[in-house]
Unconditional design. Structure first.
Lengths: 115, 407
């Protein structure tokens, strides 16, 4: 799994590529934690290049979501492939997380509420 | 070796004068020196009592240095014992061979005491480190074995039996301990059988700890009387017992899911742990079957003709956020039909080429094994194992089946 972070306005976009599983979840957690420590609480996770996520990855998303919201921000997802979306839907994550088709939509969604 | 005891050094040389000289030098370092005249005698001593280091001459009658070295490096007990070769200067080819065979170091026959001291000290330090690592690994292995045994006690000792219903389950952990669990128990007054299959997020010991918690919360809240949770309400016990016992299966399942969810999300929220859980309640004599699917892989109902029906989620995974809503789907398990609930380790099990077992192969395996709960469980697990071959399992595999025989 590879990640890059892009800062646009007050939104951090974490581009993720590869598999998010119990081997790579810690690395992803560190990337999200790094954003939180830098005071970046509006976060978009770009899932376009993610072909698999295990429950270890969902756990990272849950923790990041809770931390972001408690700091007044949010975690929003973009570009989920059908099989990854299915995993999130089954476990109920699509009811607690905002999911967007494109990264642009997800980034812009923060502006529309003045966040 | 205990860290306080002086290291024991075995000096192997066929020349008495060499043995005496080296022994004195070794003793001067505060080590215990033992001697052997050749490789054969040395091997007897090494197998009889523990040593920390061998100083080994090359040329000896009976069994020479390289021969002994080869035996040691092929002996499970002695493979890591440090060996320093002591040789005449013209033995350089033999020295190279000995180093290739696994000797730790070498010294020329005419050595300075300081060099002997340094080489012995380095070899003994390495051995101490290796022994410490081995003890640490052994204690971890022991702890994991104990954890595995204790975790086994969080699965039901036996599955409930009732006329007209067969229940079977299996759990194959990928590692020593597992984040999967299943449960099946009968509620005393109504005869309703509660069926549970759960999968705690992530893997390893953390998931295993939470498996114990989830299973206990579900069991205690579903069966407050036998589970003991009823004692928390003290004086009003009988009233509460009656109200719990008169709850419909749907009320029961919704309450269990909500209670377990809120407990984990409120008291353990900072760990971000959650579990996907399928909860079913089967009334054997009527076949009434209600379920809550909390974010879990859809369970499958298999009909006698092999057709299947998916029981999809009716709420989120347990523990995500407090106050989540769960609803119960009501249905029936007709005679000849089976309920099969399982964890995602089953559909995600991979072949040696990295292909997933998948939903289609699962349905095929269920159809082929659709004769009893036992064949559904064990036949399907066999099909998964045949598919994965000797590939190391990535995830735990759990499967529970309940068949209504209608008898």
């Amino acid at each position: 799994m590879e990640t890059t972070v892009e800062q646009r306005g007050n939104v951090s976009t974490v581009h993720i590529a590869g598999r998010v599983d119990s081997h790579t979840a810690d690395t992803l957690q560190q990337v999200f934690s790094g954003e939180a420590e830098a005071g970046h609480h509006n976060v978009v996770a770009d899932f376009r290049e993610v072909d698999y996520t295990s429950s270890a990855g969902l756990r990272v998303l849950l923790g990041t979501l809770k931390d972001a919201r408690s700091a007044g921000g949010d975690l929003r997802l973009a570009g989920l492939r059908p099989e990854v979306l299915n995993v999130l839907e089954l476990a109920g994550f699509t009811n607690i997380l905002k999911v967007f088709e494109t990264v642009e939509d997800a980034v812009e969604s923060f502006a529309s509420v003045g966040a | 070796m205990p860290d306080s005891a002086p290291p024991r050094v075995l000096i192997v040389d066929d020349t008495p004068a060499n043995r005496d000289v080296i022994s004195r030098r070794v003793q001067r370092e505060g080590y215990l020196a033992e001697t052997a005249e050749n490789g054969r005698e040395a091997l007897e001593k090494l197998r009889a009592e523990p040593f920390d280091l061998v100083l080994l001459d090359v040329q000896m009658p009976e069994m020479d240095g390289p021969q002994l070295l080869e035996v040691l490096r092929n002996d499970a007990e002695l493979v890591h014992l440090p060996v320093i070769m002591i040789s005449a200067v013209d033995d350089i080819d033999v020295i190279v061979r000995c180093l290739e065979l696994g000797a730790d170091d070498y010294l020329p026959k005419l050595f300075r005491p300081a060099i002997l001291r340094a080489r012995m000290s380095a070899a003994l330090d390495r051995k101490r480190l290796r022994d410490a690592e081995r003890r640490y690994a052994e204690s971890l292995t022991h702890d994991l074995a104990v954890a595995r045994e204790i975790q086994g006690a969080f699965l039901p000792e036996s599955l409930p039996t009732a006329p007209g219903v067969q229940i079977e389950a299996a759990l194959h952990p990928a590692r020593h301990v597992s984040g999967d669990f299943y449960d099946a128990f009968m509620l005393a007054p109504s005869g309703t059988i509660v069926l549970v299959v759960g999968d705690v997020c992530d893997k390893g010991l953390g998931a295993a700890l939470f498996m114990a918690l989830f299973r206990s919360l579900i069991r205690a809240s579903a069966d407050p009387v036998e589970g003991g949770a009823i004692q928390m309400v003290g004086g009003r016990r009988s009233v509460v017992v009656r109200s719990l016992e008169s709850a419909t299966p749907a009320e029961l399942l919704t309450r269990v899911a909500a209670f377990t969810n809120d407990y984990i999300a409120r008291l353990h929220g900072r760990t971000n742990m959650f579990a996907t859980v399928f909860l079913g309640a089967l009334t054997p004599h009527t076949g009434q079957f209600d379920y809550v699917n909390a974010g879990h892989e859809p369970a499958i109902i298999v009909a006698p003709d092999g057709s299947t029906q998916e029981l999809r989620p009716t709420g989120p995974a347990l523990g995500l956020l407090p106050d989540a809503t769960f609803w119960t789907e009501a249905g029936a398990l007709e005679p000849g039909h089976s309920l099969v609930a399982f964890t995602d380790g089953l559909v995600e099990a991979e072949s040696p080429t990295g292909e997933a077992f998948g939903a289609q192969r699962l349905r095929d395996a269920l159809r082929r094994n659709n004769t009893s709960a036992a064949t559904l469980v064990h036949g399907t697990v066999e099909a998964v194992h045949a598919f994965t071959g000797p590939t190391e399992a990535h995830d735990d595999i759990t499967l529970l089946a309940a068949t209504r025989t209608g008898g």
